[in-house]
Every structure is written in C-alpha cells, then in structure tokens.
Write a protein that binds this ligand. Structure first.
Ligand code: GRG
Length: 299
C-alpha cells in the first residue's frame, strides 16, 4: 500500500515542492512582466491571475525530479525550468478554458474567482489562447538544441489533452464504460503529467528514456486521486467547488468501481511507477516521493 501521508511540514518533499514552485514562478513572473510592458494591460493582468494564483506546481516538480534522476541540474536558467514554466502555461490555459460557462462553469479556482469571473468571458478565452502559444514561444526562445524536441513533446500532449476534454464532454451524452473512461482520463490528465516526466528525461539526456507509459500511469493515478478528493475533501481544502462530478453525472473510476476499488487501482498505478523509478537508482528518490504524493495528497 502507498504510504498514506508522506507530506508533513519540514520534510524534504514539501521543501522540494516549495523550491520547484519558487523557480518556476520567478520564470513566470519574468514572462508576465515583459508582457505587461507590451500590453494590453487587461489581457496580461488576466494571464497573471491565471498563472500566479497558487497551484501545486506538480508538473514542473515532476520534470525537475526526472531531470535530476538522470544527473541534470534544475536550477534557475536551466532548460528544464523553462520547460516547467511552459508546462504551467499549458496547464493554466486548460484550467481557464475548463472553468468557462461553456465547459465546467466554475466560479472558484485555487481559492480565488476564476478568470472569467474576475475579468470577463472574452478575456478568459483570450488569456487561455495566449497562454497556449506563449508556452511554445517561451520554450523555443531557448537556444538549447533540445528545446524543439521538448516543444514537440509538449504540443503532442496538449493535443491529447484537448481530445480528452472533448471525450469528456461527449461522455455527458453517452455514458462511457471503464475502458473508455480510462482512455479519456489518460488523454485529458495523463498526457500532460506524462510529458512532465518524459520532458525531464529529454531535457537531461535528449531521450524520453522509455518513461511515457509510466508517466501515463502516474497521470491516471493523479486523476483517480482527484476524483476521490472531489468526494471527500472540502472546497476550502481544494480551493474549488467539490461534489460536482456526481452532480454532473460524470463517469469517474470511483463512480464506476466504488471508492475503495478506485483507490486500489490508483495505488496499483503508483506502484508500477515506483518500480520503474527504483530502477533508476538513488538519484530518483525525489521522483519516487512525488509519485507517492500523487495518490496520497490532500489537495
Ligand atoms: C479546456 C482544453 C481544455 C482542457 C481541459 C485539464 C483539463 C482539460 C481540465 C481541468 C479539469 C480537471 C479537474 C482535470 C482533472 C485533473 C486536473 C488537471 C486537476 C487540476 O490540476 P492540479 O491539481 O491543479 O495540479 P493546481 O491548481 O495544483 O495546479
């Protein structure tokens, strides 16, 4: 069984997540400051609202820990930190668009009003659009010869994410079976988490090191944990509306299999990832700690 609560104040994992967030946020702040100098001010304020309003920064942390597992540095100015910022831009855009009235219609995200509530719908659509292209503009501004491979990886995973979102919307009309839900979630959530892991490997070595499948499993574990938290956590814990999946009749693993079997599956996927990371040796210890956090997290 995956350890229930590996994150406590003062323990290394929490410090690691804080450090990863600090590095990625200073990069995001620099990009936003440059944008605000150009304007339009309203668009860039909306982008800042989307990018700097908290968030666990789990995807960059996974990319950094994977790069480190292959012996690379993940300090300020490194290629993997630039990649981590690009990941957060794609993730941020997906959240802004997902919250829109034509999608999930949410008012609260990361404990604050969603972008279309704080600004307006048209500005939220544009902020999401800009974030999507900005991710590639930012990544490809790095002269490192591995930057184009990272951009290719990120764009493919962003397309998978949109396919997953489309499947999710279609599922509201025709309830999907278990295999279809797993396919939907592997694309909607798994693809970007997998890109975080493989991107870390590419930044460090130029190869994805065969980690795509493991990254997808970790993404499925993350989504199941998210669905379980929707059932058990409070809006204060998560900074977003809760119990919305059952209300919307969403097909999730907890709904299809029951919460206990869903948790068992999440832990199984996590164990698979842990076995693969163990093969990378001691330098992958933080990566393993992050994999455990994916299923044991409380927010
Ligand atoms: C609209 C193109 C488009 C895609 C939307 C990712 C997604 C697809 C929608 C987000 C809705 C959602 C709840 C997805 C499931 C898992 C998920 C991505 C949760 C949020 O990620 P966290 O927990 O968020 O890493 P923070 O705020 O910590 O960054």
């Amino acid at each position: 069984m995956v350890e229930a609560s590996p994150v406590a104040p003062g323990l290394p994992l929490e410090a690691y997540l804080e450090g990863a967030a600090r590095r990625v946020e200073s990069e995001l702040v620099r990009v936003i400051e440059a944008g605000r100098r150009r304007g339009p001010d309203r668009l860039w304020r909306a982008i800042a609202h989307a990018l700097l309003g908290g968030g666990k920064r789990l995807r960059p942390a996974l990319a950094f820990a994977t790069a480190e597992a292959f012996g690379a540095e993940s300090g300020e100015g490194s290629l993997v930190v630039r990649f981590g910022a690009a990941l957060e831009m794609i993730h941020g855009y997906s959240l802004v668009h997902d919250d829109l009235p034509c999608m999930d219609d949410d008012d609260l995200r990361r404990g604050r009003p969603t972008v279309h509530k704080a600004f307006d719908e048209a500005t939220a659509v544009l902020a999401g659009d800009a974030l999507q292209s900005l991710a590639f503009e930012h990544l490809l501004a790095d002269p490192d010869p591995r930057a184009p491979a990272l951009a290719a990886l990120l764009s493919a995973s962003a397309t998978r994410m949109v396919e997953g979102q489309s499947l999710d919307l279609l599922a509201e009309e025709e309830p999907p079976g278990l295999d279809e839900v797993l396919d939907l979630q592997a694309r909607k959530t798994g693809a970007l988490l997998a890109a975080a892991v493989t991107g870390g490997a590419v930044a460090a070595t130029g190869s994805d090191q065969g980690l795509a499948g493991v990254g997808l499993k970790l993404g499925l574990a993350f989504q199941i944990a998210d669905d379980l938290l929707d059932l058990t956590a409070t809006a204060d814990d998560l900074g977003k509306r809760v119990r919305k999946d059952a209300g919307a009749g969403k097909a999730t693993l907890p709904a299809l299999l029951g919460p206990e079997e869903a948790r068992r599956r999440a832990e199984g996927y996590c164990e698979e990832a842990l076995r693969a990371f163990a093969g990378l040796g001691e330098r992958a210890e933080m990566l393993s700690a992050l994999a455990r956090y994916v299923v044991a997290r409380r927010k």
